[in-house]
Design a protein around this ligand. Structure first.
Ligand code: GRF
Length: 196
């Protein structure tokens, strides 16, 4: 299966996915890493891993989300991906895009969905006094952070945790969860995976 990965920043989840795909006996190969941020740190990491990269900067499109997404789709279609993984991709996608790529697009979100859709998930879990926190990999639909959940990793919230320490501990689990879910998803297994 041909996998394209969308990033906006450091791309640590992209690195985990690519390294797992390159580790052998994997049904997928990474065919493109696309960033909407021209100087995203993840782009160099992708180049160093030997993966084709592209930039589709959203800024020139201003408020015209559809125009940005049309260009993103054009670039993606050149790579002919079977699966698209959003990994630290920070653009909200319109229904047009999620309809075009629906059924073949995944995302990782740093909360135990359906709790804490959107931003600042770690602080919100702390503010709520949650004993547990975690990350979720889900299929991307028109609803932000709302598609069917394919996997979750659960961690305990420690008394001395801050949003930063929680995010850092969770990121290590994201790097375990996303590659495991992609392997299952590529093999047609849509059952829920739970780690931690
Ligand atoms: C991670 O917390 C991920 O859950 C969220 O973006 C953050 C950075 O991800 N989607 P990455 O290091 O760019 O993969």
């Amino acid at each position: 299966k041909r996998v394209a990965i969308l990033i906006s920043g450091g791309g640590s989840n992209m690195v985990s996915l690519v390294q797992d795909m390159q580790s052998g006996d994997h049904p997928c190969e990474p065919v493109l890493v696309v960033s909407n941020v021209p100087d995203a740190g993840g782009l160099k990491k992708a180049v160093d891993l030997g993966v084709e990269t592209a930039v589709v900067d959203h800024k020139p499109f201003g408020k015209d989300r559809e125009a940005f997404e049309a260009e993103l789709t054009r670039v993606l279609e050149l790579a002919q991906p079977d699966i698209i993984c959003c990994a630290g991709f920070m653009r909200i996608l319109t229904e047009t895009f999620t309809k075009r790529w629906g059924g073949q697009m995944l995302n990782i979100h740093p909360s135990l969905l359906p709790k804490y859709k959107g931003l600042h998930t770690h602080q919100r879990a702390l503010d709520a006094g949650d004993a547990e926190h975690g990350c979720s990999v889900h299929e991307v639909t028109a609803e932000l952070d709302g598609g069917p959940i394919l996997g979750q990793a659960v961690i305990a919230v420690e008394a001395e945790d801050t949003a930063e320490t929680l995010a850092a501990r969770l990121l290590a689990w994201e790097h375990k969860l996303y590659p495991a879910v992609l392997r299952r998803y590529a093999a047609g297994d849509r059952s829920m995976l739970r780690l931690g």
